[in-house]
Design a protein around this ligand. Structure first.
Ligand SMILES: Nc1nc2c(ncn2[C@@H]2O[C@H](COP(=O)(O)OP(=O)(O)OP(=O)(O)O)[C@@H](O)[C@H]2O)c(=O)[nH]1
Ligand SMILES: [Mg+2]
Length: 471
């Protein structure tokens, strides 16, 4: 009896041992497979084109990234379309509440210096203006709730909408759309943070995580559509704005002209809405996509997008390694100053940054491709009569025309490139408008080809320098 029992125990022990062994073999196989996958991924990465987007804040880096996705990976771009809806709506609401606050202040001073004693005395314009001021107030609550949910760290209400790299905002918004209380994963599809930025964002903010009536902008926008349109289209409002020199059209994330479309039921953002949507980048984020159309379908592209404000620039350096091309965005914003330091001229800041990038030894082997972005803004600035020489005295009496202005600054950028590059390299420069999708697509196809050609040339040269030794 005892013997049988111990025989049974040893059977069980044997079975447990076999199970342990099987588990160990399975685990080891899984580790092998995962190692193989990592090796393959590393090899793919080694072969892939890696592009780094650099430039000051608001220069258009993330807009160029979106153009890349639209041109080469349209399915991935499409998958994110409905996620951008909330960002576009929030851009519009912020424009309504902040810029309109400025309009209202201007209008108050203009129309309402001493409020009339009784409503009967108020002109119809003033009555309208007061009614609108009141009826727009629910948008403030929605804006506040949305900002708490998406960008709880933003303390300054006048700042653009921003979310940290890798904080899973796309997943968060997708979860809201699907009626889930929390997103499936903290990662956004095809992109991840490279700075260990706060991925705890989602869990910590559960209380703000549902789009209820107080944070769902769709209903409020539809309800306040007429007031928003009135504020923007009204003849008297326009007159006052013109008189005060308030120029809103060129500001980031400007959607006032599209308000009627956005504040309507079933609104879905167009490609252009997505490209124009402003979402400030915080941190460093690597986006990977597989080319879906064009010459080399199936190949990988890695694009690193960075936050461009001054305080973030120190975090760029670790990503200078292992990059084939840098797209440097420099809007020719000769008459604007930095948001983070209003004493600094934007163009001067771009030039200084360009000098540092050109001189950087870690980047000696990378192609530098310069985009003079926001060409359309430059054109409208010059067309409105702003004189370059007022901001850049050395420009002197040269014609205040776009070709001359561009040539003047191009020569400056080119001479620094030549003088400061550690080894000689070609100067590549394009005038761009990242919101012009068609011309960007054509340009980016060409740019990618030239990066690929250069990459191939470098690989071949490296191969020639280090001949394979026989074993
Ligand atoms: N009119 C015009 N607007 C542009 C152009 N390029 C970008 N924008 C807009 O400018 C705003 C800022 O662009 P982003 O791409 O977010 O700028 P960024 O360089 O990524 O900025 P950070 O993330 O803060 O570093 C967005 O609203 C864009 O739609 C352009 O060529 N013309
Ligand atoms: Mg950005």
């Amino acid at each position: 009896m005892v013997e049988r029992s111990s025989a049974r125990e040893s059977d069980e022990e044997a079975a447990a041992r076999v199970k342990l062994l099987q588990d160990a073999v399975k685990r080891s196989k899984e580790i092998d497979e995962s190692l193989q996958e990592t090796k393959k991924a590393l090899e793919r990465r080694k072969k892939a084109v890696k592009i780094l987007l650099l430039g000051q804040s608001e220069s258009g880096k993330s807009s160029v990234l979106k153009n890349f996705q639209l041109a080469f990976a349209p399915r991935q771009f499409e998958a994110n379309r409905s996620t951008w809806k909330l960002i576009v709506q929030l851009n519009l609401i912020r424009q309504v509440t902040h810029n309109m606050r400025a309009i209202i202040e201007t209008l108050s001073a203009e129309w309402d210096p001493s409020p009339p004693a009784s409503p009967a005395e108020a002109s119809s314009a003033v009555r309208n203006f007061r009614r609108i001021r009141l009826s727009l107030s629910p948008l403030l609550i929605i804006e506040n709730n949305l900002m708490k949910m998406l960008a709880p760290e933003t303390k300054d209400p006048t700042k653009d909408v921003c979310v940290r790299a890798g904080s899973g905002w796309k997943a968060l918004l997708q979860a809201h759309r699907n009626g889930q209380s929390s997103p499936p994963s903290p990662r956004e599809g095809g992109a991840h943070s490279l700075l260990g930025a706060s991925t705890g964002f989602v869990g910590k903010r559960q209380s703000h995580n549902s789009l209820n009536n107080e944070s769902d902008p769709s209903q409020a926008l539809i309800a306040q559509r007429e007031e928003i349109l009135w504020l923007w289209k009204d003849h008297d409002v326009r007159r006052v704005l013109l008189k005060r020199g308030v120029q809103l059209e060129d500001t980031s994330g400007f959607f006032m002209n599209d308000a009627a479309r956005i504040a309507s039921p079933n609104y879905l953002p167009t490609d252009s809405d997505i490209i124009r949507a402003r979402l400030r980048t915080v941190g460093v984020e690597e986006h990977q996509f597989v080319v879906e159309k064009g010459g080399d379908v199936g190949s990988d592209v890695f694009i690193t997008d960075v936050g461009g404000s001054r305080s973030q620039r120190a975090s760029w350096v670790p990503f200078f390694d292992d990059v084939q091309a840098i797209l440097f965005l420099a809007p020719l914003a000769f008459n604007l100053t930095l948001e983070e330091d209003p004493r600094v001229n934007r163009l001067e800041d771009s030039l200084n940054l360009w000098r540092e990038i050109c001189a950087n030894r870690l980047l000696a082997g990378a192609n530098l491709i310069l985009f003079f972005n926001k060409r359309d803004v430059l054109a409208s600035t010059l067309a409105s009569g702003v004189q370059v020489k007022r901001y850049v005295p050395s420009y002197g009496e040269l014609p205040n025309e776009i070709t001359e202005v561009t040539k003047y600054f191009k020569d400056k950028f080119k001479s620094y490139h030549k003088r400061l590059s550690p080894t000689s390299r070609p100067f590549m420069c394009y005038e761009t408008s990242a919101i012009d999708i068609k011309s960007m697509t054509v340009l980016l196809i060409g740019v990618r080809e030239s990066i690929l050609r250069q990459h191939l040339k470098n690989v071949l040269e490296l191969g020639a320098e280090s001949p394979v030794r026989p074993n």
